[in-house]
Design a protein around this ligand. Structure first.
Ligand code: ATP
Length: 585
């Protein structure tokens, strides 16, 4: 197919916003095309892709490079092209403008065909390493030289990775269903696409093997399946209703989702958006090799950043610092992660998606050898709403976001690519950004790990209940202490350490040592949450729950000027919680 013919379809697609129109334009296009390879290429180009995202070969040339290519092909100056871009804003329109009044007189121009455009863009995406920038510019310019103005417009847009046709992959699948004879086949195509999310591959199957081929498409080790997603509810009661009480409850970890493919020693990791992120996590690769006792498996889990000294979960932002191409070893050291696996879709050649959740879970547990770095997610099959509610509170207490509640009935399949009611998320519904710091009293001390091993390095902290004259626990803090702080704390706490709980202290926690209430520290926290463990404001907002601080951190200030009875009071904490309580989402 000539590229200029395809461009006419692009123009028609761009001109409409109606999905139905788009579908019939695409169906018309697929009818014109006979060659399976060409059809596959067209499917990619309509989406503005060269490869499916999981391949990890992105074209996405920067505007700067495209400007230089346009300049090279048109004979204009880069600064002129750049100026125009500042006026117009869209690189496609700029390419059209300059290429349609090309200054350079080329002796031979060859009319572009679809295959050549694709192959050249493919080559650009594979050009890496030293000197690659100039090669990329030259390759793109070689297309632009032979392009008409309007052809240049779309080539530039594909090069930038933003096609702007408004066509979604689901619309393409619908058009392919028409190619097979009926729109009704869309569901089958979608099912195939959920297992192999490669629009080029699916197009080829449609052209070469027809409906039978589509029905046979199955999971492939090394190609990520589209992830199952969750609906949301506001209360445990609602979740109970939606699942008829046939449910499992799973901690909702605040990290990064990982879909992990293991094939012998070869391990691949894909993100929620199906990008290959293996190179960022060599530590996870190693853990999977050592602790997943299966030759071939596809498992899913959440990677969470942990504090390297205390082993506690860190906020999501910390994990985001691992998103980089360089200094990976340093990052592994600085921001270690731990994996909580929650599902399995493939094991030793068998697709498990149609098995009910409890069966999948059993298989998952059977192949994981738990360690600090990898474990099955924390899960219960609650017998009533109260147990579900308590588990929700426990998850918050453990630094999680809430629960993912999983239908555990006979039809609880893995619904790839769908947001449905088989998974339901229940997140904490209040969030307060604490503007104020709190002055809290040390009532317990715990041994640390790693660098701080052998030292007491995290501390159980309390607010003061004036009425009862009691110190009630509100958090455990291990963050914010420098080496010299740890040394100092160990020194000043020594005479205050007790084996038995001192009088006037209340908590649901068991520290390694109790501490006579005396030392006051200034603590900053992200928010106040409900907790089944801590005893501040116990039973006030919720039966069986008190208030706790989330992500507490020592500010570095020892409040020697304060007696323990001058610490933040329970009343003040309650006020802070009330004031800052608000619904999220
Ligand atoms: P959110 O921003 O709430 O994570 P999302 O759109 O990314 O939303 P949802 O389908 O709404 O995804 O929620 C499920 C997400 O929760 C998963 O993608 C996964 O990353 C995360 N998660 C954490 N713990 C679990 C768990 N135990 N089971 C399933 N998903 C979990």
């Amino acid at each position: 197919m000539k590229f200029k013919d395809l461009v006419q379809y692009f123009q028609r697609l761009e001109a409409t916003t109606s999905r139905l129109d788009m579908m019939s334009i695409l169906a018309d296009l697929y009818n014109k095309v006979e060659d399976p390879d060409e059809a596959a290429i067209i499917s990619y180009l309509v989406l503005g892709e060269i490869h499916p995202p999981y391949i990890g070969l992105e074209l996405g040339m920067s505007e700067k490079l495209i400007i230089r290519s346009i300049a090279m092909a048109s004979g204009y100056d880069s600064t002129q092209v750049e100026k125009k871009l500042n006026e117009v804003g869209d690189i496609g329109n700029v390419a059209e403008f300059f290429i349609s009044k090309k200054r350079q007189m080329t002796l031979f121009t060859r009319e572009l065909d679809v295959k050549r455009v694709y192959d050249t863009l493919d080559k650009i995406s594979r050009t890496t390493g030293e000197g690659s920038i100039n090669d990329k510019i030259r390759l793109l310019a070689s297309l632009l030289v032979d392009a008409s103005g309007v052809e240049a417009k779309y080539i530039a847009r594909i090069a930038e990775g933003i096609m702007r046709l408004g066509v979604a992959d689901m619309t393409l699948l619908e058009a392919l269903a028409l190619k097979l004879g009926s729109r009704e086949y869309k569901a089958l195509l979608e099912e195939a696409y959920n297992m192999v999310p490669d629009i080029g591959y699916i197009t080829r199957v449609v052209y070469q093997e027809g409906l039978d081929g589509v029905k046979k498409v199955d999971i492939k080790l090394g190609i990520p399946v589209r992830p199952m997603l969750a609906e949301r509810v506001k209360s445990p009661e609602e979740a109970w209703e939606k699942t008829n009480g046939q449910l499992a409850a799973d901690f909702k970890y605040d990290g990064e989702r990982m879909q992990i493919h293991k094939d012998g020693d070869k391990v691949l990791i894909f993100s929620r958006r199906l990008e290959n992120i293996t190179y960022q996590f060599p530590d996870v690769v190693q853990v999977v090799r050592n602790h997943v006792k299966a030759n071939q498996a596809i498992i899913e889990g959440e990677a969470i950043a942990i504090d390297k000294d205390t082993g506690e979960f860190r906020p999501f932002q910390d994990l985001m610092r691992r998103k980089r191409k360089y200094d990976i070893d340093k990052m592994i050291e600085e921001i270690p992660v731990t994996l909580r696996v929650f599902d399995i879709v493939y094991l030793e050649g068998e697709n498990l998606m149609k098995k009910p959740f409890p069966e999948r879970r059993k298989l998952l547990e059977s192949i994981i050898e738990p360690s600090e770095e990898i474990k099955p997610s924390e899960l219960i099959y609650p017998k009533d709403i109260k147990e579900l509610w308590n588990f929700f509170l426990l998850s918050i207490e453990n630094g999680c976001e809430g629960l993912v509640i999983k239908n555990a009935g006979p039809d609880s399949i893995y619904q790839a690519g769908a947001r449905g009611w088989l998974w339901i998320k229940l997140k904490r519904d209040y969030r307060a950004e604490l503007a104020d710091t709190l002055d809290l009293v040390v009532i317990g001390a715990l041994y640390g790990r790693g660098r701080k091993g052998g030292n007491l390095s995290s501390f159980l902290m309390a607010v003061y209940d004036q009425k009862e004259d009691i110190f009630k626990s509100v958090c455990k803090v291990g963050t914010g202490f420098k080496d010299e702080d740890i040394a100092y704390m160990n020194k000043i706490l020594k005479p205050l350490l007790r084996d038995k709980k001192p009088a006037r202290v209340e908590t649901g926690m068991e520290p390694d040592y109790w501490v006579e209430p005396k030392i006051v520290l200034e603590i900053q926290a992200a928010e106040i949450t409900l907790s089944p463990v801590h005893r501040a404001a116990y039973n006030i907002f919720q039966d069986g729950a008190g208030l706790a601080l989330r992500f507490p951190r020592f500010t570095g200030r020892y409040r020697d000027d304060k007696a323990p009875e001058d610490a933040t009071t329970e009343e003040e904490l309650i006020e802070m919680f009330k004031k800052q309580r608000r619904y999220v989402e």
